[in-house]
Design a protein around this ligand. Structure first.
Ligand code: MRU
Length: 365
């Protein structure tokens, strides 16, 4: 292993816990302030988590999912259960569920593209419904929802390490890897998906260097990917997004790996704006282009990428100083068609994009 690799220095983006009074609270690393400031915030308010997701303090599909689940638990423990007991025993469960519905809907509407958020809030809501149906009291349901978030956090790291191991086997020796946006430890609870592949390959001494697209307009590559890779001791070079073509043209890229926000039944992939362009370039230069993502990022209810809701964000991200008469187009994600993808790396292994959703569904059961 390269002596400089130290994965114990990887950041953890979110962590659910309890304060001294037993109230549930989520501690998260405010990624808007990175790399200049490493600021951990703690809150017991589910609305603050919704705001943290909307403003990209917490971002990255799996991290958004874990934070969304935590927001449900914060409501349940700090508000929902306390409110429901005011009703008679028999109605308490139903009133708890009645109040949970709109809260879960508001949480899962925080951002539209990353399906992990809807996956996480649906998982929490269906658990609550099952427990109430089994006669559990609101307080018991709230504690179970709290524990479910801890389960989601543990699963996240386990899944990412499995994705890393499966992907590292694809990485050639002395690899010069290009990645777009940040699909690292900061975009998950811990370890990362696409960067999980990089970390696992680096542990096998296979990584010569990572080229990180700066990823305009928010700079997840320049600010976040470069920061966490350098912290872990992985050599990294930041490039402007428009430099990827010439880098590939010069034969300086051997492998591309990116993350995903939603993968449809046919294998089309939504990821950070600019990913589609990188896929077209990789295809033109015959460079392997892989997507790394957990089962929770698959959405088999959508037949193909044309159905994926694409978030449009504030123009000020692109043009901080508005210019009279000038419009701005700012979609946060784009869709890469399956035919441009060499394979999808999941916790269950690597699959051709056209087969990935079916293969994963068969294993998730
Ligand atoms: O807008 P962001 O920063 O949330 O976009 C993040 C991405 O596009 C990531 O590549 C994706 O969510 C995968 S994270 C493992």
């Amino acid at each position: 292993m390269q002596s400089s690799i130290d994965l114990t220095r990887l950041p953890r983006s979110v962590r659910l816990g309890r304060d001294a009074d037993g109230r549930a609270e989520l501690t998260y690393l405010d990624e808007r302030l990175l790399p200049g400031e490493e600021c951990f915030c703690s809150t017991g308010s589910w609305r603050c988590i919704v705001d943290a997701i909307k403003t990209l303090a917490v971002r990255g599909a799996p991290a958004i999912g874990a934070a969304g689940a935590a927001a449900v638990a914060l409501w349940a423990v700090n508000e929902g259960a306390r409110g429901a007991v005011l009703h008679g025993c028999s109605e308490a469960g139903e009133s708890f569920l009645g109040a949970l519905g709109p809260v879960a809907a508001e949480i899962s509407a925080a951002r539209p593209t990353a399906v992990n958020l809807m996956w996480a809030t649906a998982r929490m809501e269906s658990l609550a419904k099952r427990l109430v149906a089994e006669g559990a009291a609101p307080g018991e349901v709230a504690d179970s929802l709290f524990d479910e978030v801890l389960r989601i956090e543990r699963e996240d790291e386990k899944v990412n390490r499995a994705i890393g191991a499966a992907g590292a086997a694809l990485v050639p020796e002395h690899a010069r890897i290009l990645t777009h946006c940040n699909a690292g430890s900061l975009a998950t609870v811990f370890f990362g998906t696409a960067l999980g592949v990089v970390y696992a390959a680096a542990e096998q001494d296979k990584v010569e260097r990572v080229f990180a697209d700066e990823t305009r307009p928010v700079g997840q590559g320049a600010r976040l990917t470069s920061w966490e890779l350098s912290r872990a001791g992985v050599p990294v070079t930041v490039i402007c997004d428009n430099m990827a073509a010439s880098l590939m043209g010069k034969g300086m890229v051997d492998f591309v790996v990116v993350g995903a926000d939603r993968i449809t039944a046919n294998g089309d992939v939504a990821n950070k704006i600019g990913t589609y362009g990188v896929a077209v370039l990789a295809h033109h230069h015959s460079i392997p282009f892989y997507v790394a993502a957990p089962a929770s990022t698959f959405d088999v209810s959508l037949p193909d990428g044309s159905a994926i809701p694409i978030e449009e964000r504030d123009p000020s991200e692109v043009l901080p100083q508005p210019i009279d008469g000038v419009d701005v187009y700012n979609p946060a994600f784009d869709v890469t068609p399956a035919e441009l993808i060499s394979g999808i790396i999941t916790e269950f292994g690597v699959f051709p994009p056209q087969d990935a959703a079916r293969e994963v569904a068969a294993r998730v059961g």
